[in-house]
Design a protein around this ligand. Structure first.
Ligand code: ATP
Ligand code: MG
Length: 738
């Protein structure tokens, strides 16, 4: 029987020793353990959290989690049994690390025990439990605060705390990247990380305000930018990159949000089983009678064309009424005064009214507005002339040779113009909202002196990869963004060489072709340009067998996350997102301060092409690369699973590249730190004068254990080390100790 004795080192923090005390079989109860000669101290990489320890002993990988009752003396047998039950906390400890089956089995074991977090080195893998596990309390936060990554069981808080400490100790900007498919738990993870900082970072009155605003920006952005989809009842329909600025004391003093590509088309159309953005339902469900009267709205969402397409106005998991209260409160925390709230809600209401504007054709086939009531409300809510708006909705103006030509629209064109206006109004208001939040988050020098030495921690939460039965431009943008993110991650963490994608910009180029460009010419152009790419297929390019599964208007891409078939129908329109000039002009004259701000007059005079949706998420790649050349090492990969569906999990493990990640971690060092920083952190142990130690022996033991610890630390948990690196590490340590 092998007995192990777990001891904390003096600080109780940085690491633990295991003393192997006894290998003898027939020890009597209550007799002291005879001490064995070798080895006195077994080095280990271990985690201790309450009574949970993981380490490697000889050929055994031991996870003592939940084993034994006193947490101090444990038999190897019980330890191994415990490991069998709960799996390993870090995949690098998996014996059979190349086996996907072993990987998934480990995830399954842990998931069964409600252990949703597992590491691959410094990457955290999380499986969505879809239930409240009560692991996010203040006590949990305290447990992770200031504690070394490897000492505590895997948790989001460990990632949050580690980034925070790197930021403070190394004074380097950090970034936490969260990836995973739609519904995997990315947004929840972001919120939990923010809550962690709000609770654990130093406080002061000013700082409390910033913390509050950081937290309260979420419900507002989610109300306007999230919606129920088939995959997630609270799906983010925009990408968000949030910077939190910390001052020299480590207190959050400001923040900044960058938003990417809101899925504006949702404003005017939703697929069956999906909803429009939450705010519409919240306003109707929660808005006070008086407010709704002012906005000319009725409570019933069925009254509004823009809310009925998905046929699911009510969702059991969502309480629009409660959410409305949260949003209203949040708006005041982030500095909205009553007028601004009224203007904002007027815009929300005006989008609903716009959706109800109907047209009929006159004898010439020209569209005429038939819903005068809506125009009346719109005029009031948007602060524009009713007659001007009415005319703008059914005509278009073109400037040719300096002359303004006005031509009537037919029914189809008028409906297009109306929807374009709704999308533009909503989309621009969303950007305005983000700006407004940014102003309230911006550091105010008088309030937080000393911020100039501030460091920044970034949190990236984008919309997750999604595949539906019918995939269009929106999915193309979202999946492209995810693909880029994945590539960025590979570049930055695994350092493998990846080629730049050649396809970037193709869509834009085709949209710029005047007049004759259609969705089909776009497809042809695409075929021409990327026909030889093995990951691209169309009806024309496919072989006999595959051809049947592809429509003439479709193309298929093999993404990192699997195959997706896109329909090009509507691609160009959606990308161009054209808003006729006269509608723009009408909005420029709006008395609604937000609208007025969103539609600037210069747009009318500028020769430059109007803003289009650009599929260029690589712009944010570049920003990252410049901003976080080294800091982007924290990453959280979220997996989605209602129950533990193995097929689903396997697919995600594959596309998130977790097996490759594990292989790389195992081949090199599982945990990395720059040499200078390592030296900075550890030299104090070596330079201690002898007198601090009671005896020579104690010093000797200290030196030895330090040497072994450093050695094992450099090696990583059990990474296959390269001989030269090992030699170098050992020599460095020797020099150190001398
Ligand atoms: P999308 O890409 O569509 O925005 P997402 O990855 O952001 O998806 P979330 O909205 O964060 O997904 O999570 C979806 C749902 O899963 C949440 O509304 C919540 O019900 C549940 N969930 C996520 N994380 C957790 C967690 N840690 N504990 C319990 N439930 C969770
Ligand atoms: Mg989300």
């Amino acid at each position: 029987e092998l007995r192990v004795w777990m001891l904390h080192n003096n600080s109780g923090k940085e690491c633990c020793w295991v003393h192997v005390l006894n290998c003898c079989k027939d020890k009597q109860e209550n007799q002291p353990f005879p001490t064995i000669k070798v080895p006195a101290v077994v080095p280990l990489v271990c985690w201790s959290h309450e009574r949970s320890y993981s380490f490697r002993l000889g050929n055994f990988a031991v996870d003592l989690q939940a084993a034994g009752s006193d947490g101090i003396r444990l038999t190897m047998e019980s330890a191994l049994t415990a490991r069998d039950r709960v799996g390993v906390q870090d995949f690098v400890l998996l014996e059979n690390f190349t086996s996907e089956a072993a990987f998934i089995e480990n995830l399954r074991k842990r998931f069964k025990e409600n252990l949703i977090y597992t590491y691959i080195g410094s990457v955290l893998v999380s499986v969505n439990p879809y239930k409240d596990l009560e692991i996010y309390s203040k006590q949990h936060m305290e447990r992770y605060r200031g504690v070394s990554f490897y000492e505590v069981s895997p948790h989001l808080y460990a990632i949050a705390d580690n980034s925070y400490r790197s930021l403070r100790i190394e004074r380097k900007d950090q970034c936490i990247l969260i990836s995973g498919e739609s519904g995997a738990g990315k947004t929840e993870a972001t919120k939990k990380i923010l809550q962690y900082y709000a609770v654990t970072c130093p406080a002061s009155d000013q700082v409390e305000t910033v913390k509050d605003r950081l937290l309260q920006s979420n419900p507002v952005l989610e109300a306007f930018g999230n919606a129920k989809t088939l995959r997630n009842d609270n799906s983010s329909r925009f990408g968000k990159y949030m910077d939190v600025q910390f001052d020299y004391k480590g207190a959050p003093v400001g923040g900044h949000i960058l938003n990417y590509l809101l899925e504006k088309s949702r404003v005017v159309h939703q697929n069956h089983g999906e909803r429009n953005f939450h705010i519409f339902y919240q306003l109707l469900e929660g808005g006070e009678d008086d407010l709704l009267r002012r906005l000319g709205l009725e409570k019933n969402p069925q009254q509004y064309h823009y809310l009925v397409k998905g046929q699911c106005a009510r969702v059991s998991s969502i309480s629009d009424k409660n959410d409305w209260k949260v949003v209203r409160r949040a708006l005041s925390v982030i500095n909205f005064n009553d007028n601004e709230v009224e203007d904002l809600l007027s815009i929300v209401a005006s989008v609903l009214h716009l959706g109800n504007v109907q047209f009929a054709a006159d004898e010439q086939g020209n569209a005429q507005v038939t819903t005068e009531n809506q125009i009346k409300y719109l005029a009031r809510l948007l602060g524009v002339e009713g007659s001007v708006l009415r005319e703008a909705l059914i005509h278009k103006t073109i400037i040719a040779k300096g002359e303004e030509l006005v031509s009537p629209l037919n029914l189809e064109q008028a409906a297009y113009a109306r929807d374009a206006l709704a999308k533009a109004v909503y989309g621009r208001t969303f950007s305005w909202l983000v700006n407004k939040i940014n102003k309230s988050l911006a550091y105010k020098e008088a309030e937080c002196p000393g911020w100039r030495s501030a460091t920044v921690l970034g949190l990236l939460d984008i919309y997750g990869f999604e595949v539906f039965q019918h995939n269009s431009f929106e999915q193309f943008c979202i999946n492209y963004c995810n693909e880029k993110l994945q590539q960025l991650f590979i570049e930055l963490t695994l350092k493998s060489e990846q080629e730049e994608y050649e396809s970037e910009g193709i869509a834009d180029e085709e949209c710029l072709r005047p007049g004759d460009a259609t969705d089909m010419t776009f497809l042809e152009k695409l075929e021409e340009t990327v026909k030889n790419h093995p990951h691209f297929l169309t009806h024309k390019l496919a072989d006999q067998k595959t051809r049947k599964s592809l429509g003439r208007e479709e193309f298929r891409l093999l993404h990192y996350a699997g195959e997706v078939t896109y329909s090009v129908t509507g691609f160009l329109d959606k990308n161009n997102d054209l808003l006729f000039r006269n509608l723009k002009e009408t909005m420029c004259n709006s008395e609604n301060t937000i609208i007025n701000h969103c539609f600037e007059r210069t747009e009318l005079t500028d020769k430059k092409r109007p803003e289009t949706v650009k599929v260029r998420p690589s712009a944010f790649n570049r920003k990252f690369l410049q901003q976080y050349p080294y800091g982007l090492h924290m990453r959280c990969a979220c997996l989605s699973s209602c129950r533990f569906d193995e097929v689903l999990i396997r697919h995600q493990v594959k596309y998130l590249g977790l097996m490759e990640n594990l292989r790389v971690r195992r081949a090199g060092f599982a945990y990395r730190r720059k040499y200078e920083i390592f030296l900075q952190r550890t030299k104090i142990f070596i330079r201690f004068p002898k007198t601090l130690f009671a005896t020579e022996d104690a010093l000797e033991i200290r030196k030895q254990s330090l040497a072994i610890t450093i050695q094992s630390w450099w090696r990583g948990t059990q990474g296959r080390r390269k001989a030269s690196k090992k030699k170098w590490a050992v020599e460095t340590i020797r020099r150190f100790i001398k």
